[in-house]
Ligand binder design. Structure first.
Ligand SMILES: Cc1ncc(C[n+]2csc(CCOP(=O)(O)OP(=O)(O)O)c2C)c(N)n1
Length: 455
């Protein structure tokens, strides 16, 4: 068996063994989606397992968070601080491998996922953050901020309304560095998708302004590589790669059924699946030595990438000291020293001041001092008083058509700081969480309090 295939199977069976040991979890997604995850993580993803917080890393979101063992296997194999003991402790109290990924618990996990659709929106927030910081801080010859945002999304993710809102906005904004892989396996928790979900997804996303590609065979590593490469070349549209996979791939009695979705395969079926895919039944949690070495290349590569970036940032600091100091503050989450010093007093009177009016005034004061402060409302700027005056619109420059009603004064580009979410509260909330998770950004969003139920 070729190294690629052995590596894919290592991801599969680490995941299956962990779920079986825990006697709970989701083996179906890792079995089907391991090949695309393998290609992405070993041939494209720019990251540094020794420093999960390296600022210019590519972002990866496992939006279908129930498939968490897929992510944990990848993190373990590529050398993140997630040792085998943690894999063996999957879903146990106090472990770093909870049932669904949690930011702050597992190194390399940027957002908590599990509620389907949320990760889909979070990734769009991350791509917006990247676009904004790149537009504001990059200079000719200094692409300090330059990374992709990837996500693995599932049927359930695409069904959720929040994904529709966020995808529509991402298409409008032409977020070309957003690349989503769709685990198109035709099965959900309790049914096959022909029961509930039959529109043409490529056409649907095409209509949102996305670039779409379809791969017929989710095990075809070269086709996946070609598609991700083509998605990277597409700079004016977000990409959705629809990969036809099979849930529970390789399981003789459970593949292509909901039974593979959210329950352990069972000891006998685990054995049959391993035999079917030419994998040793024992030892459990088997990682062949050559696979370990192969994945561990990410450690050296990651260190090299970050070192290179640090040198570039040093040269940038010499050339553009003010911008570098500002960006450094954003990356490390620091406020300017004098932030509170000159906040103007608000005189009181009998009637008082509406909280939204007061908030709007304070925001105008803060906004020039906090370049990482960006956001907007779900089409309620005139009511929530959340337009940042003269700070421009976060938009693709190619769509500029003059002085449009509702647009803020200032630039119409990715350097704009007013994010017009449109009437999309769910999307706004998920995107804002993604903006925060990216780092460098202090997002705000607003709507009427009663609509916060939708967020
Ligand atoms: C918002 C939300 N609703 C319901 C669920 C419960 N749930 C978990 S997975 C799932 C369906 C999964 O189908 P799919 O996304 O296709 O994943 P796959 O079966 O391919 O693993 C559901 C309904 C959830 N996680 N989030």
């Amino acid at each position: 068996m070729q190294l690629d295939q052995i590596s894919v199977n290592t991801i599969r069976f680490l995941s299956v063994d962990a779920v079986q040991k825990a006697e709970s979890g989701h083996p179906g997604l890792p079995l089907g989606a391991a090949p695309m995850a393998y290609v992405l993580w070993t041939r494209f993803l720019q990251h540094n397992p020794s420093n999960p917080r390296w600022f210019n890393r590519d972002r990866f979101v496992l939006s279908a968070g129930h498939g968490s063992m897929l992510l944990y296997s990848l993190l373990h194999l590529t050398g993140y601080d997630l040792p085998m003991e943690e894999i063996k402790q999957f879903r146990q109290w106090g472990s770093r491998t909870p049932g669904h990924p949690e930011r702050g618990v597992t190194p390399g996990v940027d957002v908590a996922t599990g509620p389907l659709g949320q990760g889909f929106g979070n990734g769009i927030g991350m791509a917006i953050a990247e676009g904004y910081l790149a537009a504001r801080y990059n200079r000719p010859e200094f692409e300090i901020i330059n990374h992709f945002t990837y996500a693995l999304v599932s049927d359930g993710d695409l069904m959720e309304g929040v994904a529709a809102e966020a995808a529509s906005l991402a298409g409008h904004l032409k977020l070309g560095k957003l690349i989503y892989l769709y685990d198109d396996n035709h099965i959900t928790l309790s049914s096959a998708t022909p029961v509930t979900f039959t529109e043409d997804q490529a056409q649907r996303f095409g209509a949102y302004g996305w670039h779409t590609q379809s791969i017929e065979d989710g095990n075809d590593l070269e086709a996946i590589e070609r598609a991700i490469h083509a998605a990277q070349q597409e700079t004016e549209r977000p990409s959705l790669i629809l990969v036809r996979t099979h849930i529970g791939y390789g399981s003789p009695n459970k593949q292509d059924t909901s039974a593979a979705h959210g329950s352990p395969l069972g000891p006998e079926e685990v054995k049959l699946t391993k035999q079917n895919l030419g994998w040793p039944v024992e030892p459990l949690f088997f990682v062949p030595e050559e696979v370990k070495l192969h994945f561990h290349k990410a450690l050296d590569q990651g260190k090299h990438l970050e070192d290179e970036w640090n040198s570039k940032f040093e040269a940038y600091t010499k050339e553009y000291p003010e911008s570098a100091a500002e960006l450094n503050r954003l990356m490390t989450g620091q406020f300017p020293h004098n932030l509170e010093k000159d906040i103007p007093p608000f005189p009181t009177d009998d009637k008082g001041i509406a909280t939204r009016v007061a908030s709007g005034k304070v925001m105008q004061y803060f906004s020039p001092l906090l370049p990482g402060f960006i956001g907007g409302s779900a089409d309620l700027n005139t009511s929530t008083h959340t337009e940042l005056k003269d700070q421009g619109n976060f938009e693709n420059p190619a769509t500029a058509i003059g002085d449009l009603q509702g647009s803020a004064k200032g630039v119409w580009s990715y350097a704009g700081r007013n994010l017009q979410f449109g009437v999309r509260e769910h999307g706004m909330a998920a995107i804002s969480n993604g903006l925060a998770a990216h780092g460098g950004i202090i997002p705000f969003c607003s709507t009427f309090l009663t609509f916060s139920d939708y967020m």
